[in-house]
Design a protein around this ligand. Structure first.
Ligand code: SF4
Length: 463
């Protein structure tokens, strides 16, 4: 069975996207639900039914789900029943108070953002009906991430935005996942409105290709029309499963009449297609308050200075893999560059050092750790990456006059680290998607960088 389900609990929406295939006007007409949703108690019972038959993740969608006054109760119920929880929202009603309200039980927020261009959004209808405006997406993603939610961005690619670039925004937002959907026609939902926005698979894949370089920043997941058909388990606002295999919605009997176990058997969900569109992933969010900060970055990014200062400000202990490695190199009578070359030839040495060092880190709380692979090995931590240009790195190393470390070794050392970690663990530590925060360290002082980390490292208990 597909282990995740989308519950479109609320038909009304405060936007009017022309491509929207979740209109559910039929639900209002045919099922005596003039307001387009089940009563609160029935919606909670649907969540229970979905949990009973083993769904592991539930996504609350609409319409616009944040218009539902009892959305928080549904999220709480789903979490109490052991499910990973997500909402898909246009973001217009998320502010500090709603984020704080959802925070204890909501794992993921998926924001629907198709364009950063006001005119494109106005033409496609992805704007508030009341004002014609859109949320400030840059500020919104900052707030979502500052509260520790998993961030996903959903983008519908259509004829109006297919030539645009989302690079600047995605580089800023660094969502865990960025889903790109080829605008999907669904008979009975968006026909009569979507036609001018339709694009071919080639046009869609052109947009995907132009953004493929963002794969190091996030995980880019494209879905063509065919990928989307039959690969989602979905429930409509009247509490029926539905599928879209034939290009229109095909519904089960209501879950509360038949029971979810029998109702789902009336559907034609395709598990292989679900896997093909990467629907299965590690969606569990670590909800504990971070007890550690890890700092990663290339040579001369200032990790060590920033780390020491951070530890001092937070009254945390400071640990450094560099100190540990220098200690080991000295014991072997080598300098750090020679020792690194030897580690590259014998990856088992790296594994031993990483295993011992991470064990030490994970056995303590209140730590700042200078460790390139901290994102991989240090648990329950806030992971920071410091970016530095090659020119700045050379300038700093020349200033520091460290033995065995000259401008000539910068590129070699950076390449060596990258290669070493890819060989040993199959991870590129420079990929920004691994980090909670990425800072440009070229033009900032140590104090400025520390302040910016402390602004974001402001954990509020989740439970
Ligand atoms: S915001 Fe979402 S639910 Fe609302 S009209 Fe647009 S696509 Fe449909």
């Amino acid at each position: 069975m597909i282990p995740s389900v989308n519950f479109h609990l609320w038909q009304p929406c405060n936007m009017a996207c022309k491509f929207c295939f979740a209109r559910f006007e039929d639900v209002k007409r045919k099922f005596n639900l003039p307001k387009g949703h089940l009563p609160e108690e029935d919606a909670l019972a649907v969540v229970d039914e979905l949990a009973d038959i083993g769904f592991e993740k539930i996504t609350f969608a609409g319409g616009e789900p944040t218009l539902c006054p009892w959305l928080d109760k549904l999220i709480v119920r789903a979490k109490e029943r052991g499910m990973t929880t997500m909402i898909v929202t246009n973001g217009s009603r998320l502010d500090e108070s709603t984020l704080l309200q959802f925070k204890p039980h909501l794992d993921w927020i998926a924001l629907s953002i198709d364009s950063l261009d006001a005119e494109t959004n106005a033409q496609s209808g992805r704007v508030l009906k009341s004002s014609g405006g859109s949320p400030d997406y840059f500020k919104l993603v900052d707030a979502i991430k500052a509260h520790g939610f998993g961030l996903k961005i959903n983008t519908v690619v259509h004829s109006l935005n297919m030539d645009e670039s989302m690079h600047e925004f995605i580089r800023h937002a660094r969502p865990k996942r960025w889903k790109l959907f080829q605008v999907l026609p669904i008979d009975g939902q968006n026909n009569g409105a979507v036609e001018p926005l339709l694009i071919s698979s080639e046009q869609f894949l052109g947009f995907v290709d132009r953004h493929a370089d963002l794969n190091g920043v996030t995980e880019v997941i494209p879905e063509t029309n065919d990928d989307m058909r039959g690969s989602y388990a979905m429930v409509d606002p009247s509490g029926r499963f539905y599928d879209n295999v034939d290009g229109h919605h095909h519904y089960s009997r209501p879950i509360l009449e038949l029971g979810a176990r029998l109702a789902i058997q009336q559907m034609r969900y395709d598990f292989k297609k679900f896997l093909g569109r990467k629907g299965q992933y590690d969606w569990v969010i670590d909800r504990r308050v971070p007890a550690r900060i890890t700092l990663s970055g290339e040579v001369a990014s200032g990790k060590s200075s920033v780390g020491r200062k951070l530890a001092e400000r937070l009254k945390y202990q400071f640990f450094s893999i560099g100190d540990k490695t220098r200690e080991l190199a000295a014991k072997e009578g080598m300098n750090i560059v020679e020792f690194q070359r030897r580690c590259q030839l014998d990856p088992s040495m790296d594994r031993q050092i990483d295993s011992k060092f991470s064990e030490d880190c994970n056995s303590r709380n209140g730590l700042v750790v200078d460790y390139r692979l901290g994102f991989r090995f240090v648990r329950n931590a806030f992971h920071v990456f410091l970016k530095v240009s090659q020119e700045k790195a050379i300038e700093r190393l020349n200033g520091a006059k460290r033995a065995g470390e000259t401008s000539a070794t910068v590129k070699e050392r950076n390449d060596s680290f990258k290669c070493q970690f890819i060989n040993a663990y199959g991870v590129d530590y420079t990929a920004e998607k691994h980090y909670n925060l990425v800072l440009d360290a070229d033009d900032s002082t140590v104090d400025e960088l520390v302040n910016r980390i402390l602004e974001q490292f402001n954990p509020i208990p989740n439970q």
